[in-house]
Design a protein around this ligand. Structure first.
Ligand code: PEP
Ligand code: MG
Length: 596
C-alpha cells in the first residue's frame, strides 16, 4: 500500500536536548527490555527447559571463546576465573533446581533461575569462609550471562544503524542512547519521555539534539521521511518544504552565534556583583566530557554518574576498571575536585540480568543505594575502585537516593570494610575521604538535620526531588506539565535543606537540572545555594546571569516568593523581576513568554 507523504506536518513534544538538525527518519521497533516473570502453559514445559539449557550451553561456549582469545601470557594466568565460571555453569544444583522450578511451578526460565539464585545466594551468605563467601560474585557474573542469553535475542541492536539518521522510537533507554554516538545518529525523537529523564540528560551530554514525549511520532513518521527537529522548542517537522527548512537553518545560525558569544563567560570570575563567590561544577557521565567541562568554566565535577560504566556490556566492571576510570577523572579534573556518585541503577537505567526490570514501580524500587546495599559484591568493587583512585587527587564520594540515616550508616559501614581491606593489603587511599548524601527523596530533606551529622556534604538532586515530592514521574510526558521546579513545595524543601546544612556547618550543592536554568538559578542563589553543578554546556549562560545579579537582592526576591501559593504566580513574579533587573537580556523574551 502506498504511503501518503505528509508535507510540513508539525509535531510538538518536549525539547530534551537543544540543537536544530535535519535528517532522514529511521524507525526503531523498540522491544521493551524487561525481565519477564511468566507462568507458562503446562504443555510448554519441555520447550522451556530446552530454552534454559540452550542458554546454559550458549553461556558455556561464550566463556570458552573468551578464554581462547586471551593470548597475553600474564592475563592467561588469571583465566582460572573463567574456569570457575565454567564450573558454575556445570553445577548440578544450579541446573537441576532451575529445571525443577520450571517443571513444578510452571514458570519461565528467567523466573525459575531467579528462584534458584535466591536459594544459592543465601547458602553462600551463610558460609563462614570469606573466600568462599566472595564466590557469590562469580555466581552473579555467571547468572547475569545466562539471563542475557535467555533474553538477549529479543533486543533491538541499535549499533546496527549506520549513517546520519534521526532515530524515531517509541522509547529509548539511556543504554540505547549511549550507543548512539558510535553510530553517528544526528538526533532522535520518541513518543514518550520527559526533559529530566536520564535519556534526555544523556542526549545533552552527548550533544545529540532530541525531542521526546511526542506521543504519536512513531505512528505519524514513516521511515525515510525528511525531518527537522528543534531540541530547544520541541518542534518536529515532517517533510518540510525548502522555505521551512531555510527558516530553521536561519534560526540555527542565530543560536550558534549566540552560543559562541556566551562562551566568553566561561572563563570570567564566578562572582555576583556584590562579591559572593559561586562555585561551578560539572555533571558528567563520561570521562570524555572533562575537557568540555573545563572549557565551559567548571572548576570540578560535582556529579559523576557512574552508571554508564555498567551499561551496554555483558559483564560487570571490575575493581581495576573502576579504579582506572576514576583515577583518570581525578587526574584530568585536577586541581578541581571529582565527586563520584556510586551506582544509581534502577529507575530508568537497568543492569542486564541484575536489575529487576519487571518491577511495577522501578522509580520507587530497588534503585541506587538500595541496590548497592543489597548487591554488596558489586558495591564493594566500586568502593574499592573509588578509594584507590582517591590516592591520586581530590575525590569525594556521593551516595544516591538516600532516604534516611540507616542507609547512610549501611553505606558507610561497607565503605569502612572496603577501607580495611585496602589497609590490610597496604594499598593507598585518601584516609580523610569526604562522603556526601544526595538529597533527592523528601524523607531525606525532612531529616536533613539528622543526616548532616553523618555526612560531610549534601548535594540536592532536584530531578528526583521534584519527581518524588510532587509525585510526578520524571519520564512520563503525560504529567510533565506538573513537573514544576518553582512549586511552593520545592522552594520550601530547598530552603529547609540549606538551613539544615548551614546549622550543621556542612556544604550543600545542587546538581539537579534545575540549576541550569537562569531563572531558577537566581531563586536558588536567593535561597542560599552557592555551589552549582550542571551540564557543562549550561555553565556560561548561568554564569552570565549570576555575574549580573546581587546575591542580597536575590535573597529578598526569594523571600517574597513564599507569599505565593502557586507555581504560576511564582514563575510570573520571578520573570517580571528578571525583566526589571536585567532589561537588556530579558525584557523582550519575557514579554513574549507572558503573552504566550
Ligand atoms: C537528580 O536526581 O537531581 C540527580 C542529579 O540525579 P539523577 O538525575 O542522575 O537522578
Ligand atoms: Mg537522582
Amino acid at each position: 500500500m502506498a504511503v501518503q507523504q505528509q508535507v510540513n506536518k508539525i509535531l510538538r513534544g518536549i525539547g530534551a536536548s537543544s540543537g536544530i538538525i535535519a535528517g532522514r527518519a529511521y524507525l526503531v521497533e523498540r522491544f521493551k527490555v524487561r525481565m519477564p516473570e511468566k507462568k507458562i502453559d503446562p504443555t510448554r514445559v519441555d520447550e522451556e527447559v530446552e530454552r534454559f539449557l540452550r542458554a546454559i550451553e550458549e553461556s558455556r561456549s561464550q566463556l570458552r571463546e573468551v578464554k581462547e582469545k586471551i593470548l597475553d601470557p600474564v592475563v592467561r594466568q588469571h583465566t582460572f576465573i573463567l574456569d570457575v565460571h565454567l564450573m558454575i555453569l556445570d553445577d548440578e544444583m544450579l541446573i537441576q533446581n532451575t529445571v525443577d522450578h520450571i517443571r513444578k511451578r510452571k514458570v519461565n526460565s528467567e523466573w525459575a533461575l531467579d528462584l534458584t539464585l535466591e536459594k544459592l545466594d543465601s547458602a553462600f551468605k551463610a558460609i563462614d569462609d570469606e573466600y568462599l563467601r566472595e564466590r557469590r560474585s562469580d555466581l552473579h557474573y555467571v547468572s547475569s550471562r545466562i539471563f542475557r542469553n535467555l533474553m538477549g535475542k529479543k533486543h533491538d541492536d541499535i549499533t546496527k544503524i549506520k549513517g546520519k539518521v534521526i532515530i524515531v522510537a517509541h522509547d529509548l533507554s539511556p543504554a540505547d542512547t549511549l550507543q548512539m554516538r558510535l553510530n553517528q545518529v544526528a538526533g532522535f525523537v520518541t513518543d514518550i519521555g520527559g526533559k529530566v529523564s536520564h535519556t534526555a540528560i544523556l542526549a545533552r551530554s552527548l550533544g545529540i539534539p532530541a525531542v521526546v514525549g511526542l506521543e504519536t511520532a512513531t505512528s505519524l513518521i514513516n521511515g525515510g521521511d525528511l525531518l527537522i527537529i528543534d531540541g530547544e522548542t520541541g518542534e518536529v517537522v515532517i517533510n518540510p518544504t525548502e522555505e521551512v527548512s531555510e527558516s530553521f537553518m536561519e534560526r540555527r545560525k542565530r543560536i550558534r552565534s549566540l552560543e559562541r558569544e556566551i562562551l566568553k563567560y566561561a572563563s570570567l570570575p564566578a562572582e555576583t556583583r556584590d562579591g559572593v563567590r559561586i562555585q561551578f561544577q560539572a555533571n558528567i557521565e563520561m570521562i570524555e566530557e572533562v575537557p568540555s567541562a573545563k572549557s565551559h568554566g567548571a572548576e570540578g565535577v560535582g556529579l559523576y554518574r557512574t552508571e554508564i560504566l555498567y551499561l551496554n556490556r555483558k559483564d560487570l566492571p571490575t575493581e581495576e576498571e573502576h579504579y582506572q576510570t576514576y583515577r583518570k577523572l581525578v587526574e584530568n579534573i585536577s586541581p578541581g575536585i571529582a565527586t563520584i556518585r556510586t551506582l544509581d541503577i534502577g529507575g530508568d537505567k537497568f543492569l542486564d540480568g541484575y536489575s529487576k526490570n519487571n518491577e511495577m514501580n522501578p522509580a520507587m524500587g530497588l534503585r541506587a543505594i538500595r541496590f548497592s546495599i543489597k548487591e554488596t559484591d558489586i558495591f564493594k568493587e566500586q568502593l574499592r575502585g573509588i578509594l584507590r583512585a582517591s590516592a591520586h587527587g581530590k575525590l569525594r564520594i556521593l551516595f544516591p537516593m538516600i532516604s534516611g540515616i540507616e542507609e547512610i550508616r549501611k553505606a558507610k559501614a561497607l565503605l569502612e570494610d572496603a577501607k580495611k581491606g585496602l589497609i590490610r593489603a597496604k594499598i593507598h587511599f585518601d584516609r580523610g575521604i569526604k562522603i556526601g548524601a544526595m538529597i533527592e527523596i523528601p524523607s531525606a530533606s525532612m531529616t536533613a538535620d539528622i543526616l548532616a551529622r553523618e555526612v560531610d556534604f549534601f548535594s540536592i538532586g532536584t530531578n528526583d526531588l521534584i519527581q518524588y515530592a510532587l509525585a510526578v514521574d520524571r519520564i512520563n510526558e503525560h504529567v510533565s506539565y506538573l513537573y514544576e521546579p518553582l512549586h511552593p513545595a520545592i522552594l520550601r524543601i530547598v530552603r529547609s535543606v540549606v538551613h539544615s546544612a548551614r546549622n550543621a556547618g556542612i556544604p550543600v550543592a545542587i546538581c539537579g537540572e534545575m540549576a541550569s536554568e537562569p531563572a531558577y538559578v537566581l531563586v536558588l542563589l536567593g535561597l542560599g545555594l552557592q555551589e552549582f553543578s550542571m551540564n557543562p554546556i549550561a555553565i556560561p549562560k548561568v554564569k552570565k546571569i549570576l555575574r549580573m545579579a546581587r546575591a542580597e537582592e536575590t535573597r529578598l526576591m526569594a523571600e517574597t516568593l513564599f507569599q505565593f501559593s502557586t507555581a504560576s504566580e511564582i514563575k510570573r513574579y520571578v520573570r517580571k523581576w528578571m525583566a526589571e533587573m536585567f532589561p537588556e537580556d530579558f525584557r523582550k523574551s519575557i514579554a513574549e513568554e507572558l503573552k504566550a
